[in-house]
Design a protein around this ligand. Structure first.
Ligand SMILES: Cc1cc2nc3c(=O)[nH]c(=O)nc-3n(C[C@H](O)[C@H](O)[C@H](O)COP(=O)(O)OP(=O)(O)OC[C@H]3O[C@@H](n4cnc5c(N)ncnc54)[C@H](O)[C@@H]3O)c2cc1C
Length: 423
């Protein structure tokens, strides 16, 4: 390790030792039955507990930021530290050894996807206004992309933005909007010119989620919680300086967000679910259930760990690309695909070990808790781009196979047949 990195590591350890406690985990050993056993991917907490956890996440992000670890790779003029992705990885690796609040509500969408999009496409004073506030935990952002008639085929979106004086008036419906109930701002894609082909004539905006006309309605998931929402936008006024990128050039802006989405979701190395589907946790699970010497279980665990390790290396490659100033490439889609498949296989593996104890909550540590993860895994294969779409990207951009037929990129959006009505 270089001298400069030694100094950084010492600084990180000083900060963490002074603020949080170390986990009772070391190497591949994990003490089964200690600490919290919640391993859900989506929150299943009642609203008051959920709100308390969000407050804890924001407070921890603020402390990180004050200590210079809130946005390690960010530009100093917006409150970042201006260091490399390697420093970021080193910080994450060390922080994973400690008991810290789960900051997923901030990091996955806001800091992982919307922040980089604002940095790349917003006007200077909008960056000043939102970036330091987001990376210090004050402002939570959500992603207002999907609609009832536009998911995988996102460019079919029909939410309208119409110019009105020095601003815009937005009307439409978004759906599956994660964490909208906690968000202060949302990044919305809107149709600004239905006479252009569907990928053109789209413009991106930042919306104040407390503005008149924004209504958030929760959707309940089968894992128990209500993490995502329908968002109805009725004549919502947005100033023109909250536009991201040029008018009608929102698809380019959206691609920045989507590429970062795949890299962020695929690159998630922390959080309770990723911690559970790992060598130490699954080894401890086998041991606690008397299956550590079972050759078939050991083999399955080894195969899973090999794939987890391969995904980790792929993520490092994507991070290095981003560090070199390039967008995450198609490997980010492979990471996202692998991440969802690894968690799904891990949850199924654990479910087989735990057996019927998965079904009812008897209070036994590390048994019923797998149920919540197992029920989250179908959603993981959909969010951030479905498994089929990731495979299409892999086929076309990595393997060079022919493009999918049937996408009309020439006709005006107004003339297209769509499931969500007309523009
Ligand atoms: C938990 C969760 C959180 C989410 N959070 C957000 C959020 O915060 N913000 C947001 O904007 N969206 C969010 N989404 C929405 C997500 O991006 C969409 O659900 C996803 O893009 C799929 O769109 P769809 O649901 O409309 O399905 P559709 O696009 O209608 O797909 C239906 C099925 O058809 C398949 N399919 C579609 N097109 C093709 C094709 N060309 N080739 C092969 N198969 C195809 C799909 O793979 C899928 O199996 C979230 C979704 C989930 C599950």
């Amino acid at each position: 390790m270089s001298g400069e990195m030694d100094v950084f590591v010492a600084e990180v350890r000083r900060f963490l030792d002074a603020n949080v406690t170390r986990q009772a985990t070391s190497g591949t050993e994990l003490e089964w039955g200690t600490g919290p056993d919640q391993i859900a991917y989506f929150s299943t907490d009642p609203p008051d507990v959920d709100a308390a956890k969000v407050a804890e996440a924001r407070s921890w992000q603020r402390r990180r930021h004050e200590a210079g670890f809130g946005w390690i790779t960010g530009p100093p003029e917006y409150g970042g530290r201006g260091l490399s992705t390697v420093h970021d990885l080193v910080y994450d690796g060390i922080e994973a050894e400690y008991e810290v609040p789960d900051t997923g509500v901030l990091s996955v969408i806001g800091l992982g996807m919307i922040g980089p999009t604002i940095l790349a496409h917003a006007q200077g004073h909008i960056k000043d206004r939102y970036l330091p506030a987001m990376y210090s935990g004050e402002v939570i952002a959500c992603q207002l992309f999907s609609e009832p008639g536009a998911g995988s085929d996102l460019a079919s979106l029909a939410t309208r933005a119409v110019r009105d004086g020095d601003g815009w008036v937005i009307t439409g419906q978004k759906v599956w909007t994660s964490i909208a109930q906690h968000a202060h701002i949302g990044m919305a894609l809107c149709r600004t010119d239905p006479d252009q082909p569907k990928h053109k004539g789209i413009t991106a905006f930042l919306i104040d989620m407390s503005a008149p006309g924004v209504e958030v309605r929760p959707l309940r998931q089968m894992s128990g919680g209500a993490d995502f929402n329908e968002v109805f936008l009725t004549d919502v006024r947005v100033p023109d300086d909250h536009r991201l990128g040029e008018v009608d050039d929102g698809w380019r802006v959206a691609l920045t967000t989507l590429m970062n989405e795949r890299a962020t979701v695929g690159g998630e190395g922390a959080g309770p679910a990723a911690r559970a589907v790992s060598l130490p946790f699954l080894t401890a699970l086998l041991k606690a259930n008397g299956r550590l010497e079972d050759a078939a279980s050991r083999r399955r665990l080894a195969e899973l760990v090999a794939d987890l390790t391969a995904t980790e290396y792929l993520n490092h490659q994507a991070l290095r690309r981003m560090q070199a100033g390039r967008q995450p490439g198609p490997e980010a889609s492979v990471s996202k695909l692998m991440y969802a498949q690894n968690l799904t296989r891990g949850a199924h593996f654990a479910a087989e070990i735990v057996g019927p104890r998965l079904i009812a909550d008897t209070g036994e540590w590390g048994a019923y808790s797998w149920n919540e993860l197992l029920l989250s895994t179908p959603a993981l294969r959909i969010l951030g781009g479905t498994e089929e779409i990731m495979k299409n990207i892999l086929a076309e951009r990595v393997l060079g196979l022919p493009k999918e037929p049937g996408i009309d990129t020439r006709s005006p959006f107004r003339e297209l047949k769509r499931s969500g009505g007309t523009a």
